[in-house]
Design a binder for this molecule. Structure first.
Ligand SMILES: N[C@@H]1[C@@H](O)[C@H](O)[C@@H](COP(=O)(O)O)O[C@@H]1O
Length: 245
């Protein structure tokens, strides 16, 4: 695991966009899986601004969906696909045929998960995973406890995730209770795993991610086991002890 420290959220977003642009410049059709959530939104906007200036071309990327709420249709604006479309696919002008959704059309959602994981593997795995850090250390919707080899699967949302997503749904009772998520196995196998972390509210869980025990109770702690992981964090998230570590 490597760490890059940024002064604030704006610098983190520019740094993440630059890192992505460099990788895309080297391999324009790379396989990327992208988080929704608030943290990476400005990074995606920076990347889109770079594309408008002709500094990067993201139109040939292969984009994989990271997670989804079960039983929420893709055309619902609150779906995670809808969020990815607005924040990443549309601004970067990525055509539909280069996007791999977590197809939830099958009556058996686990079969969809298995098929999606097989597709990711058949296409060579993720080159880049852009991830956010859940309040309880979840990556995508790999809620604690999740082992390092947890597969792509249906997962009930944890209480922490329900609370943190309640603002998007108009109250905790309206948050969909089930999700599908890319597995820890796929995410940890990414050639580059970028974890974006911003703000003081993430300080304690980032400390546990980087310096606590490696444990299924903090799924994000497994990123320490691979040299292919990169934490991009602002000083507010890192706090004094980790900034100077
Ligand atoms: N399932 C999503 C994750 O993909 C996201 O990365 C994380 C952090 O979200 P945020 O960046 O808003 O803190 O929580 C959500 O529940």
């Amino acid at each position: 695991m490597k760490t890059r420290v940024y002064d604030d959220h704006a610098a983190l977003s520019r740094g993440a966009a630059l890192a992505l642009a460099q990788a895309i410049g080297e391999k324009p059709d790379l396989n990327i899986v992208v988080a929704t959530g608030s943290t990476p939104m400005d990074s995606y906007a920076e990347l889109a601004a770079m594309q408008r200036r002709g500094e990067v071309n993201c139109r040939r990327l292969h984009v994989f969906q990271l997670d989804a709420y079960l039983d929420v249709a893709d055309d619902d604006p609150r779906s995670l696909y809808g969020w990815m479309k607005r924040s990443f696919l549309d601004p970067l002008e990525i055509p539909d045929e280069r996007v791999f959704r977590m197809d939830r059309g099958n009556a058996d959602p686990q079969r969809n998960c298995d098929a999606h994981a097989a597709l990711v593997r058949a296409r060579g795995g993720y080159d880049i995973a852009v991830l956010g850090l859940g309040p309880n250390g979840h990556l995508a919707f790999n809620e604690p406890p999740s082992m390092r080899d947890a597969p792509t699967r249906v997962v009930p949302l944890s209480e922490e995730s329900i609370v943190s997503n309640a603002r998007y749904w108009g109250g905790r009772d309206r948050v969909p209770p089930l999700s599908v998520t890319a597995g820890m196995d796929l995410l940890l196998a990414a050639k580059t795993l970028m974890l974006l972390v911003s703000g003081e509210g993430k300080r304690e869980i980032l400390r546990r991610t980087m310096a606590g025990p490696v444990t299924p109770m903090v799924p994000s702690s497994y990123i320490r086991e691979t040299a292919r992981s990169l934490v991009l964090a602002d000083k507010a998230a890192l706090g004094e002890s980790l900034v100077h570590a």
